[in-house]
Design a protein around this ligand. Structure first.
Ligand code: ZN
Length: 247
């Protein structure tokens, strides 16, 4: 039996499977990841995404941060969901997945049709005032500051030095604790606290990891596939289509 068939079988047999995705799920859409050799944090200083800069930097540094996020928003307009997003959305629709927990802020799972998406690190496609919390459409970041209070505008993502949104985290944790299978796609599983969810899932049930590079949780996984996410998901999907529907 091929590893794809084994994974397909495990998915089919699971009662409450959940997906967990990272930057590697979106690279096929043309978005850069963060920590590989061509990743975003090899090209830009992490200070562009820190609460420290937002709260304490002089105007010039804050302007760099604003330009960085405007550039990323601009990139987001040019990309489309790829087969990874589409297959995961379809599996959810077929009842094979309960939902998607994601480290990504690009909104591509939602655009592909996934209904239950838990974006642990927020959503790049919305903007809020850091001082008063008012929400604005992404275009507001071009103008800034906050028309209501004069505060600095920011993307609605989790910056370095900030905590994860409580409500999203709680729901993701519940989903993880109930899961008998977690399918990790395109995450190096090195960023915490997000990576503590697959760690928990491995203790409670089966963990399946699809990532180009080895991860620290590979030894705890039922299967770890070191390959391209699109290729792997398409191969698993093909096996699922060959199987008789579960009763
Ligand atoms: Zn404000």
């Amino acid at each position: 039996m091929t590893v794809y068939r084994e994974v397909a079988q495990a998915l089919r047999n699971a009662r409450r499977a959940v997906a967990f995705t990272g930057a590697g799920a979106s690279t096929a859409s043309g978005l850069p990841d963060f920590r590989s050799s061509r990743g975003l944090w090899r090209q830009f200083p992490e200070a562009l995404a820190s609460r420290e800069t937002l709260e304490h930097a002089l105007e010039e540094r804050y302007e760099e941060m604003r330009a960085f996020y405007l550039w990323r928003l601009e990139n987001l307009k040019k990309v489309e969901p790829n087969p990874v997003h589409r297959i995961l959305a379809r599996w959810e629709g077929e009842g094979l997945l309960q939902g998607v927990i994601t480290q990504n802020v690009d909104g591509l799972h939602q655009r592909a049709g996934s209904r239950r998406v838990l974006p642990l690190h927020g959503d790049l496609g919305s903007v809020r005032c850091h001082r008063c919390g008012r929400r604005y459409p992404p275009e507001a970041l071009e103008k800034g500051p906050c028309p209501a209070c004069g505060g600095r505008l920011r993307p609605n993502v989790v910056l370095f030095g900030e905590e994860l949104p409580r409500d999203v985290w709680d729901e993701a944790l519940t989903l993880t604790l109930q899961a008998d299978l977690m399918l990790v796609v395109g995450s190096s599983l090195e960023v915490y606290p997000a990576a503590s969810l697959p760690r928990l899932a491995a203790q409670a049930g089966k963990l399946i990891i699809i990532n180009r590079e080895p991860t620290p949780l590979d030894t705890q996984a039922f299967r770890a596939l070191h390959q391209d996410a699109v290729e792997a998901l398409q191969a698993i999907d093909k096996e699922l289509l060959r199987m008789p529907p579960s009763s």
